[in-house]
Design a protein around this ligand. Structure first.
Ligand SMILES: O=C(O)CCC(=O)C(=O)O
Ligand SMILES: [Fe+2]
Length: 335
């Protein structure tokens, strides 16, 4: 988030936050089966107020589906560059679905170029409707690719909906608080491949530059390679080590805005010096395109004034994409 209209308090100046040296692991089973939703909500509250990240275990997503999705990602990226470029994201205009080559998106463009390639898609729409809502581009040669990815996307959407219920409870809001905001949400599914770096590795080229996620919630599956880093309150990068069978969950700018900064959309990046290729599969749930996010009254007081102007989900997300996707300037000019 770099909206110049917002207050830019360095979060490390906020004394009440606790620092961390590990990202908490939370068993979300009791939230999903409703045997202990409030105790899970309490753990979620600590995690998002202090770390902005958590691992979710006992999430109910079949390991086979996760494995199949990683296998499809490997098959996709193994194709020749010219095959992948046929599905380039620029073909989709403002739907922003397709292939992104190395350095084609840079999450922290003033400091780093991203040494990664991606494949991005969203909910299936027959025609272009508005930013993030339009047709996907599927590789015709890969058997089972579309079906596997759409199944994964749907299960992520269901899980995210339940996690947002837990987040509502964690904020003492009605469990269904987010429902009206996510009746037709922007969701974005990404496959990522990070080649290993060797020799002198400097910030100007890393896997993905330091950033916060723009939306509500991110659910990340990562392989066993490692390289994700999350900043703690002392400005130290803490590794989000791979933990088998878990997802890494983090909140994005919209939840930070809603809570007037009480919940933290934390800065993270990837540096892959493992000597191996790293694959990860983040799912992003934002909100309805026109849903407005601004600090809830309960988080605003004379001693804690509002730090954020109201934003719509779609405008905020598109703004972030314009900042990070160099090709998008041309797309928008041609509209
Ligand atoms: O690959 C990862 O572990 C993180 C990816 C990420 O931060 C993103 O796509 O926003
Ligand atoms: Fe991210």
């Amino acid at each position: 988030m770099t909206n110049s209209d917002l207050v830019h308090l360095d979060d490390r100046l906020r004394a009440q936050r606790q620092s961390f040296d590990k990202i908490p692991i939370i068993d979300i089973g009791p939230l999903l089966d409703n045997t202990g939703a409030l105790s899970v909500a309490k753990e979620i509250r600590w995690a998002f107020a202090n770390v902005g990240f958590m691992y979710a275990k006992n999430h109910g997503v079949p390991a086979q589906l996760v494995d199949d999705t990683f296998a499809q990602a490997r098959a996709f990226f193994k194709q020749p560059l010219e095959e992948k470029m046929k599905l380039h994201i620029a073909n989709s205009g403002i739907a922003l679905h397709g292939y992104v080559e190395m350095f084609g998106e840079n999450a922290d463009p003033t400091n780093s170029k991203d040494l990664k390639e991606c494949f991005d898609f969203g909910p299936e729409r027959p025609a272009l409707e508005r930013p993030f809502f339009g047709p996907n581009q599927w590789p015709s040669a890969l058997l089972g690719f579309r079906a596997t990815l759409l199944a994964y996307h749907q299960i992520m959407k269901d899980l995210a909906t339940k996690l947002l219920q837990g987040i509502a409870l964690s904020l003492d809001l009605p469990r269904d608080f987010f429902n009206s905001k996510i009746s037709d949400p922007i969701t974005y599914q990404r496959l990522l491949r990070y080649p290993p770096q060797s020799g002198r590795v400097e910030e100007k080229i890393i896997g993905i530059g330091a950033h916060t996620d723009a939306g509500n919630l991110t659910i990340l599956a990562q392989d066993s390679v490692g390289g994700l880093q999350v900043m703690n309150r002392e400005g130290v990068w803490v590794e989000g080590v791979p933990i088998a069978g878990t997802f890494v969950i983090n909140i994005g700018d919209l939840l930070q805005i809603l809570t007037n900064g009480m919940y933290l959309a934390n800065s993270h990046r990837v540096v892959n010096v493992s000597g191996r290729e790293r694959y990860s599969i983040p799912f992003f749930i934002d909100a309805n395109y026109d849903a407005v996010f601004e600090p809830l009254d309960r988080y605003v007081s004379p001693s804690n004034p509002s730090r954020y102007l109201p934003v719509t989900c779609g405008a905020h997300k598109l703004g972030e994409f314009v900042r990070t996707f160099p090709h998008l300037e041309n797309v928008l000019r041609e509209r």
